[in-house]
Ligand binder design. Structure first.
Ligand SMILES: [Zn+2]
Length: 479
């Protein structure tokens, strides 16, 4: 329960975040360092996220399956970039049933290898393609510095894995899923993410092309919020995923993978939250409307509850996720703070005066104080509330977009870039050399976030070395 206030975002953004996650009861620390317990309220949010994504996956022709958590160690050694990228963070099982295992088993950090192994078995002919499979599950990566939702040893996610006959089809799939993530982020989570290509340094281990969606948090740091990869034939060759084409020639498949994790909850918190706590976008909020009945005595209680129950039934019937706070051991003020901490988009108050007037009071979470409050008639309430929820959803996206745009700069030279990325993002011409990218990282801790798919016209000169440049890229400090 929200007994104490959070530190303000301005005072200490990191601590504001940590305490918010705990006080809003989204997650808690586990007994194993770096692991996370997702509490029911956090999981309800994740369920709404998974439902919104899963619907989009199915609409684009994908099906779900489940692959095992344990993977033979030797699988990781088959693709050399992949093993190099993941070796430092593998958790390895050496014993089982009281005996030392002949071959150690890896707790999956991602599933390209095991799925590649199975695809090699299942795919025979061009008629079997494309294979469009997604899996919901968790993976383990032995991270050293952890933070709830953003980076934990074990996290929950989905990983899509697809196999295609041609490079064109596989690339099309990569872009399609990047668009699915973008559509989800913008229209469900109200996160105005930017999509683009990752640089070679930032690419997924084993990928030929990695694309991402990147969000700007309120401390102006970037958060990579979803990735979609094109592997070419790298994994197909490592795992012998082959098919007989229409001319009876044996060909290697072209594969992709794409993933989005519980990290997105961190993005939602850090994009929308305020000093009172979480602010959830209505489309994903586990509770969209909290009804707080207000009364002083039994006579008032009976009248007020009659209206509260009727309103509850009406909103519920209209498909709105609604709850009545019937606790009688805490004050109304406490309830207001508590639901504000949890980010419920709309509070609906019913008091004795509202009963008399046939009205209710509505308070928007995204607009604190008097400005966000309105008094509306009880008649046609479901329609009023639905309208207000979609207004809140739009306002949250608009506000986050304005914040993002106000904090992306176009520095005129390298000196200015250095000061810009201390408190914002830079969008600059870059010659695409790793040397220039690394220099920026060394000097400022900022990394390239992504290179927009749609580039501005013309050419420029690299912000770092001054050589001709064809691409503009976002530089930012990232989580
Ligand atoms: Zn350069």
């Amino acid at each position: 329960m929200a007994e104490e206030k959070l530190p303000t975002r301005a005072e200490n953004f990191a601590e504001w975040y940590n305490q918010l996650v705990l006080k809003a009861e989204l997650a808690d620390y586990a007994p194993v360092r770096g692991c996370m317990v997702v509490r029911p309220y956090g999981w309800a949010l994740w369920e709404n996220i998974t439902a919104a994504l899963d619907r989009r996956f199915k609409e684009t022709g994908h099906v779900n399956a489940a692959f095992p958590t344990l993977i033979p160690m030797s699988f990781f050694e088959k693709e050399k970039e992949h093993v190099k990228g993941f070796s430092p963070e593998l958790a390895v099982v050496t014993h089982g049933g009281g005996e030392k295992l002949e071959e150690p088993l890896v707790v999956r950090p991602t599933s390209e290898t095991i799925i590649g192994h199975m695809y090699a078995k299942w795919i025979k002919s061009w008629r079997d393609l494309p294979v469009l499979v997604n899996q919901w599950g968790s993976v383990v990566r032995w991270e050293l510095r952890t933070k709830l939702f953003l980076r934990t040893l074990e996290f929950y996610w989905q990983e899509g894995h697809t196999a295609h006959a041609t490079a064109e089809e596989a690339k099309e799939e990569m872009y399609r899923m990047l668009d699915v993530y973008t559509d989800f982020a913008v229209n469900e989570a109200a996160l105005p993410v930017l999509k683009g290509y990752k640089s070679e340094i930032e690419r997924f281990a084993g990928a030929q092309v990695t694309t991402s969606i990147e969000g700007m948090m309120q401390d102006k740091r970037a958060l990579q919020s979803g990735t979609s990869h094109y592997f070419g034939q790298n994994f197909a060759k490592a795992f012998e995923i082959q098919f007989m084409d229409q001319n009876n020639t044996l060909q290697f498949c072209e594969t992709t993978s794409w993933g989005l994790s519980t990290r997105i909850i961190g993005a939602i918190i850090m994009t929308h939250g305020d000093d009172q706590g979480l602010i959830l976008p209505p489309r994903l909020a586990p509770i969209q409307v909290i009804i707080v009945p207000i009364f002083k005595n039994d006579a008032e209680r009976v009248k007020v509850m009659e209206v509260a129950d009727r309103v509850f039934a009406e909103l519920k019937a209209a498909g709105i996720r609604v709850k009545v706070d019937e606790r009688d051991n805490v004050s109304s003020g406490f309830k207001f703070n508590d639901w504000e901490m949890r980010g419920v988009p709309l509070r609906l108050e019913v008091g004795p005066k509202d009963v008399e007037k046939g009205s209710v009071a509505l308070a928007r979470r995204d607009v604190p104080g008097r400005d966000g409050k309105s008094f509306v008639p009880q008649t046609d309430l479901a329609r009023t509330v639905s309208g207000l929820l979609s207004e809140i959803q739009d306002a949250m996206l608009k506000r986050a977009t304005a914040f993002r745009d106000a904090n992306i700069h176009d520095p005129k030279d390298y000196e200015e870039l250095k000061s810009v990325v201390a408190d914002g993002w830079a969008f600059s011409w870059w010659c695409e050399s790793a040397a220039c990218e690394s220099k920026v990282k060394e000097d400022t801790k900022a990394t390239t976030r992504n290179i927009p798919l749609d580039q501005p016209e013309g050419n420029g000169t690299c912000i770092v070395c001054g050589k001709p440049a064809k691409k503009r890229v976002y530089f930012a400090r990232a989580y």
